[in-house]
Design a protein around this ligand. Structure first.
Ligand SMILES: Nc1ncnc2c1ncn2[C@@H]1O[C@H](COP(=O)(O)OP(=O)(O)OP(=O)(O)O)[C@@H](O)[C@H]1O
Length: 267
């Protein structure tokens, strides 16, 4: 569903460290993955490339089989219909009701009134807010506002839901409610990718964990299968990937090492 092939991203020509540095990863249809890493590690950059807000500087980004570096700007809105986005700060329209906030996402893609009347209540039900359709965002708790943001993101039935720190402004109780809603959406078949700093949620909700550090993937843990990846520089200057604990170099994966060195030779 989402595939990065040797993706690098530099924002400015002489930028010292790449925001993403040779990232290769695949997130399958129906998966739920957390994207973690300290501030500045490249999480938002990763999400913005999936949305085609920017083109990668090198490598290829595929979403639903399309190479995003090859599609024209004209086709970007169509791509984005397949992707829902949840923001940390909700970004609701304060003067509109909960119903109208969700309806707005359908209006902008030209949905009919009948479609809106049909779909918005379903989306609100999915996030547990069917009773609050006539309220204004300011009359809701932070967690409820975020659930409106999620309803808006999924009302057009996207295949992928991206969430950038969706619980960042919420207390624990509201964070858990939001997580449970995201889980439910994922169980209905939507691929979910959530960037977060919330370590406790990452360990409680057993999903894939992809960890970035200075633009590189250093961990990819799929439901309990823990794979820590460490890049080491050999004496000859070539790079090698170590899988497992970094004190256990015998677990070196020779294919991955060769792939990295091949790439280096090409460079
Ligand atoms: N528009 C930009 N122009 C220049 N550099 C940028 C831009 N956006 C991000 N960067 C740089 O790219 C690197 C990765 O930033 P990014 O925002 O992707 O990290 P992040 O993991 O999402 O951080 P946070 O958790 O704080 O949101 C950082 O060094 C950042 O300074």
């Amino acid at each position: 569903m989402i595939k990065f092939e040797n993706v690098s991203m530099v924002y400015e020509p002489r930028q010292e460290n790449a925001a993403l540095d040779d990232v290769s990863i695949e997130i399958n249809r129906g998966e739920f993955a957390f994207l973690v890493g300290e501030s500045g590690s490249g999480k938002s950059t990763f999400l913005s490339l999936v949305l085609r807000e920017k083109r990668s500087s090198a490598g290829a980004v595929y979403v639903a089989g399309q190479n995003l570096n090859r599609i024209s700007s004209r086709r970007v809105p169509k791509l984005r219909r397949n992707i829902g986005f949840v923001f940390q700060d909700f970004r609701l329209l304060r003067e509109r009701t909960v119903f109208d906030n969700v309806a707005f996402a359908m209006e902008v893609i030209g949905a009919s009134r009948a479609q809106i009347r049909d779909r918005v209540p379903d989306a609100l039900k999915l996030v547990g807010l069917e009773d609050k359709a006539r309220r204004k965002p300011t009359e809701l708790s932070g967690g409820e506002q975020q659930r409106v943001g999620i309803a808006r993101a999924i009302v057009n039935k996207p295949a992928i839901l991206l969430a950038d720190e969706p619980t960042g402004n919420l207390d624990r109780k509201n964070s858990i409610e939001v997580m449970n809603v995201l889980d439910r959406i994922n169980q209905n078949g939507t691929t979910v990718l959530m960037a977060t700093h919330a370590h406790e949620l990452v360990s409680e909700y057993r999903h894939r964990v992809i960890e970035l550090n200075r633009g590189r993937i250093i961990r990819d843990e799929v439901e309990g299968q823990y794979t820590k990846m460490t890049t080491v520089i050999n004496q000859d200057g070539s790079r090698a990937l170590l899988f497992g604990d970094d004190s256990a170099p015998q677990e070196r994966d020779s294919d991955a090492t060769e792939a990295i060195n091949d790439k280096k030779d090409e460079d």
